[in-house]
Design a protein around this ligand. Structure first.
Ligand code: GRF
Length: 222
């Protein structure tokens, strides 16, 4: 069981996938709060429709990025969030925020990292001419889309693909692997060694639970 907080800026289909996985008992998690930086984001309606607490925290409402992130941290901590899930959150988080949740922030990205980090990645994958792309769930570190990879799924690029058709094929896989990654975290099965993440840890202590001892963090699978 894990208490999660979801940060999202958009329509929220990945939030919906998490909600569905919890409902179907494929995922042992409690969604404590959904936070969006956009008051009109569809993700808020999805959450409200399922009686999940929502909060709008707009960057424009705070004098500094730090104050904005401190407010998000406060909301998450007050609700006992153990894992922060970035599900289409369109902002780069500062090291201070990351330090508040060490190895406890994951992101879903619609490409096979390290290819096509950043924005408009389905369009860029099509233009590049790759035959396969996909999606990645990874821990968030101080770089952009650079953290240790938890799960990836491969998606073929078809000759007739447009950005829309390719994005839809990738999205279906996002909806499959994001709840899976959260469930692995929930079961404390993830073991992190440098950049490599192994899902072979016995249920028990998980990433971030031993941050006061970095050696234990590296060898926390036993
Ligand atoms: C997804 O494609 C995700 O990979 C990216 O942002 C999009 C969010 O979609 N980070 P949704 O709001 O979950 O539908």
């Amino acid at each position: 069981m894990v208490n999660i907080g979801v940060l999202a800026s958009g329509r929220g289909t990945n939030l919906q996938a998490i909600i569905d996985a919890v409902r179907d008992k494929r995922l042992d998690a409690s969604i404590r709060v959904v936070i969006s930086d956009h008051p009109g984001a569809g993700v808020l309606e999805r959450a409200k429709g399922c009686s999940i607490e929502t909060r709008v925290v707009e960057r424009s409402g705070f004098p500094t990025k730090k104050a904005f992130e401190d407010e998000i941290t406060k909301v998450l901590k007050e609700r006992g969030v153990e894992l922060v899930v970035l599900a289409g959150f369109m902002r780069i988080l500062s090291p201070t925020f990351l330090d508040a949740f060490p190895m406890k922030i994951i992101n879903i990205h619609p490409s096979l990292l390290p290819s096509f980090s950043g924005l408009e990645v389905q369009k860029r994958a099509l233009e590049y001419g790759v035959k396969f792309t996909g999606c990645t769930v990874h821990f968030v570190d101080k770089g952009m889309d650079t953290g240790p990879i938890i799960i990836q799924a491969v998606v073929p690029v078809e000759d007739g693909d447009t950005v829309e058709t390719l994005s839809a094929r990738i999205l279906a896989e996002e909806h499959r692997i994001l709840p899976q990654a959260i469930e692995l975290f929930s079961q404390r099965r993830l073991r992190v060694e440098g950049r490599r993440v192994f899902a072979d840890g016995r249920p028990g202590r998980g990433p971030g639970d031993a941050v006061e001892n970095p050696v234990a963090l590296i060898f926390n699978g036993g």
